[in-house]
Design a protein around this ligand. Structure first.
Ligand code: 5GP
Length: 190
């Protein structure tokens, strides 16, 4: 998606530890005009899928998922990160290791909001090692819903997540795939 790639080149900042900071337009301050175009693009790419729910993970996926959901006309559900799970049978749960915080979270979603009748699109801001997305995939599997695919705003192609998800046979649409980044250069996959 050219608009997005141009914006990453203009405003993205590469930080030590392979972190791309895009907090001026995507995940702290949010450029809604851009995110609206991102939502439309997800709809265009998944227009052949009978999506009934968009599933994301808190926190930074939520805003993006909400804007995309307006084009799919479906609800957004988000998995919540928690330090301790009270496993009362009412929640789907899994564990996710955070790339940015280097911490393992329990991640939960109420069983009320996802079931075998659903067709799910996963949405998140970044794909790095794939832990967040694999956690969401676990939850979809546990629920018996059909996973239609995953839409990612920025995939870091030099980390393993994209390969793992594609090797699982999951349809993965990343709007920008960063192949390499250093302090003064950033390249995208065509
Ligand atoms: P993964 O679980 O795929 O390793 O990482 C995905 C999550 O980590 C995303 O939800 C995102 O919040 C965060 N993340 C991973 N890499 C980056 C990055 O380079 N920049 C930012 N801002 N967040 C990242």
């Amino acid at each position: 998606m050219k608009l997005l790639k141009d914006r990453i080149l203009k405003d993205g900042i590469v930080k030590p530890g392979n972190i791309l900071k895009v907090d001026s337009f995507l995940n702290h301050q949010m450029d809604i005009t851009l995110i609206n175009e991102i939502g439309k693009e997800f709809k265009r790419r998944f227009s052949d899928c009978p999506i009934t729910k968009i599933l994301t993970i808190e926190a930074s996926g939520i805003g993006i998922a909400c804007i995309a959901a307006q084009y799919f006309d479906v609800p957004v559900i988000f998995a919540k990160k928690t330090q301790s799970v009270n496993l009362d049978g009412e929640m789907y749960s899994t564990k996710v290791e955070s790339f940015t915080h280097k911490k393992v979270y329990d991640v939960i979603l109420s069983k009320k909001f996802l079931g075998p009748e659903d067709h799910v699109l996963l949405i998140d801001d970044f794909l790095a090692n794939g832990c967040a997305l694999l956690g969401l995939i676990d939850i979809v599997k546990e629920s018996g819903a059909t996973l239609e695919g995953a839409g990612i705003v920025i995939e870091k192609g030099f980390q393993q997540g994209g390969q793992i998800i594609r090797d699982m046979g999951i349809r993965l649409e990343s709007l920008a795939i960063v192949d390499s980044m250093t302090d003064d250069s950033l390249t995208f996959r065509e």
